[in-house]
Design a protein around this ligand. Structure first.
Ligand code: P1T
Length: 392
């Protein structure tokens, strides 16, 4: 589809970057599995030569993702962590990163256990206060890493403010937009240089792909990332690229339902006797509710809560839900429940985890597309069970 800037997001989600196949007329993007492409003379080819470097199905997905985020360029990787790795590989030993302190456990692990020993130091700050970023900057700071809403505490970080601070320091500002998706939040329009996604989550939306993406409008950054994608080779497969293209067609309608059900459950849970604390940016008493209202179209499908009774009650709750499957990950059509301290954020040392707020009673919900009544009943009976664990 041409001139994507004039179309509404819902239309882009279905058409951007895609056109019927010029050979067969196939309406949906074909899966091209060939690992190599014929050349008529050495170096003379159709634009594709070897499938690590470029593949028509992945190419379509990359153009599509760029359009969804309002960027000029997209790149698809074998996982969200592989996408982050490519971005971090643009740095060199001695460079410094400022990151928000509440990030996906795998992001923390990558920064501290892989790139730390390679000479790239990261300072983790409480980024809901932008001044903390200013104080953490060093002359060597090259990257500011924002995740918002954060995983799992659902804090909201002011992208526009932090992008200004990063730009003034000549640092690249990256936003992990996995939780919000471009339906709810557009980091490039707010001044960020690059958007990262775990495609594994809402963008694919069906819990059957692991993938990642980087989107930017900065031509030279894109060229470097494209070089690294090919040189290091952590590409997304043609089949997975096809599945993500299929997933994003329903992203706007899925997000509508995820958000509506999460908001209703958060509201109900906030006065549930078994719930000590609730974290959802859509609740009026969330500390960054006003910022979230400005920065996001809606408040997302993720809800975190602290169950009364700590780990024993949490364990019982996690064992007793039937519709909410106990599993890592998020953003699929099905509802998931998990325990950050023991599961997704287990790689963060306990003192750091507790300082962020990842308590032993903390539970994270990915609210799926099942009927709201059924989800509420499932949680209610498991929450009641969790309190019986305390009485025994
Ligand atoms: O799993 P992968 O596709 O490599 O993406 C990593 C990643 C990056 N950023 C955010 C915000 C994430 O949530 C994740 C992966 N998160 C989980 C698996 C999880 O359950 O939180």
């Amino acid at each position: 589809m041409s001139d994507s800037r004039e179309r509404h997001f819902d239309t882009l989600a279905i058409h951007a970057g895609q056109a019927p196949d010029p050979v067969s007329g196939a309406v949906m993007t074909p899966i091209t599995l060939a690992s190599t492409f014929a050349q008529s003379s050495p170096g003379v080819h159709t634009g594709f030569e070897y499938a690590r470097t470029g593949n028509p199905t992945r190419d379509t997905l990359e153009r599509h993702l760029a359009a969804l985020e309002g960027g000029a360029h997209g790149l698809a990787f074998g996982s969200g962590c592989a996408a982050m790795t490519a971005l971090l590989q643009t740095l060199k030993p001695g460079d410094h990163v400022v990151s928000c302190n509440d990030v996906y456990g795998g992001t923390f692990r990558l920064l501290t256990k892989v790139f730390g020993p390679a000479g790239i130091d990261t300072t983790f700050v409480e980024m809901t206060n932008p001044e903390n970023v200013e104080h953490a900057l060093r002359p060597t700071t090259r990257l500011v890493w924002i995740e918002t809403p954060t995983n799992p505490m659902l804090k909201v970080i002011d992208i526009e403010r932090i992008a200004d601070i990063g730009r003034a320091a000549s640092a690249t500002v990256a936003v992990d937009n996995t939780f919000a998706t471009p339906v709810l939040q557009r980091p490039l329009e707010l001044g960020a240089d690059v958007v990262m996604h775990s495609l594994t989550k809402y963008l694919n939306g069906h819990s059957d792909v692991v993938g990642g993406a980087l989107i930017t409008s900065d031509d030279s950054l894109h060229e470097r990332l494209r070089f690294l994608q090919n040189a290091a080779g952590a590409i997304m497969s043609p089949f997975d690229s096809f599945l993500v293209l299929r997933g994003t067609k329903t992203l706007p309608v899925r997000m509508q339902r995820h958000c509506a059900s999460a908001a209703a459950l958060a509201d109900w849970l906030s006065s549930h006797a078994a719930v000590e604390r609730i974290y959802y940016p859509g609740l009026k008493d969330h500390p960054q509710h006003e910022l979230a209202s400005r920065q996001m179209a809606e408040f997302g499908g993720m809800v975190s809560l602290v169950v009364r009774g700590g780990l024993p009650a949490a364990r019982r709750l996690l064992e007793r839900t039937e519709l909410f499957t106990l599993a890592e990950s998020l953003g699929g059509v099905e509802s998931l429940i998990e325990h950050p301290a023991l599961m997704t954020h287990g790689s963060i040392p306990k003192d750091k985890r507790l300082a962020i707020g990842i308590a032993d009673g903390l539970i994270r919900l990915s609210v799926g597309l099942e009927a709201l009544d059924d989800l509420q009943q499932d949680l209610d009976s498991a929450l009641q069970e969790s309190q019986r664990a305390l009485e025994q």
